[in-house]
Write a protein that binds this ligand. Structure first.
Ligand SMILES: [Zn+2]
Length: 267
């Protein structure tokens, strides 16, 4: 149950910070966090406390949210925005929502699509998480706990990167970028450069997935789900960038300067 989080008011949570034992447990459970420098870890801890003061967690289907669960989600959600300015400034990127809904397990969502003849088809989609513009983030705890550096899988980073992508309205695989991004003369040029680079990597990855599925070629390292659409590719490759940089750099060499410039501006 909520212990530390429930006892303290919002501002006290941000002010006193995350208790040491709780923080050490989080670092132990998510070893990729240990790849951060001591200064980055200190900043991550501080930013995670601010995140916990601003966001509200809801357990679905009777799931009780523990302090450890909330801190684990906060730390991973803050990792992509860690270098986005001082104080609470990075959290501006997440200010379109307050709620984080955690389900014990994957969620079956009923979907419908209309085909070109106007016929509506119904189908079920299994979700490990979901992010929509202006809406809460949904996560399956079983999937949060299954985060793995080896497979590059991390559902928290995945969903929060969708939030970064959606910041300018469109789930198009391109977050808002300013003029000056990798020397771009304008925001538009920055966007063009981002999309051209990402699209080329996406097409390569898509081809690898097809070759593996149809012709028995070795499967790519990352989740083939990344081949579904360019916004999913951005989210899936970002997971890998944060949890297993060496393997990411081997598989997606062209994305390294792009992601470094976005996630580590000024570094
Ligand atoms: Zn996704």
């Amino acid at each position: 149950m909520w212990g530390w989080l429930r006892r303290l008011g919002r501002s006290a949570r941000a002010h006193r910070g995350i208790p040491d034992a709780l923080w050490q447990t989080t670092l132990g459970n998510y070893p990729f966090l240990a790849a951060c420098s001591p200064a980055e870890l200190q900043r991550l801890r501080e930013l995670s406390a601010l995140f916990l003061a601003e966001k509200e967690f809801h357990g679905a289907q009777g799931l009780a949210i523990t302090d450890a669960m909330a801190v684990a989600i906060a730390a991973q959600a803050c990792l992509p925005v860690l270098h986005f300015g001082p104080g609470r400034q990075p959290l501006d990127w997440y200010d379109d929502f307050v709620g984080i809904v955690v389900h014990p397990d994957e969620v079956l969502a009923q979907r419908e699509v209309m085909d070109e003849d106007g016929v509506v088809h119904h189908y079920d989609e299994v979700l490990a998480g979901e992010a929509m513009q202006g809406g809460p983030v949904m996560l399956s705890w079983q999937d949060v706990a299954a985060a793995s550096s080896e497979s590059g899988y991390n559902v928290v980073i995945h969903e929060f990167v969708h939030k970064l992508d959606l910041r300018d309205g469109q789930p198009d695989g391109c977050p808002p970028l300013g003029a000056g991004f990798l020397g771009a003369a304008s925001a538009r040029q920055a966007r063009e450069h981002w999309l051209t680079t990402l699209q080329a990597s996406f097409e390569d990855f898509h081809e690898q997935v097809i070759k593996a599925e149809r012709f028995g070629a070795p499967p790519p390292w990352l989740d083939p789900y990344g081949a579904e659409a360019i916004d999913e590719f951005f989210a899936v490759t970002s997971e890998a960038y944060f949890v297993n940089r060496p393997q990411f750099a081997r598989d997606f060499t062209a994305l390294v300067p792009l992601f470094d410039a976005f996630y580590r501006p000024g570094a």
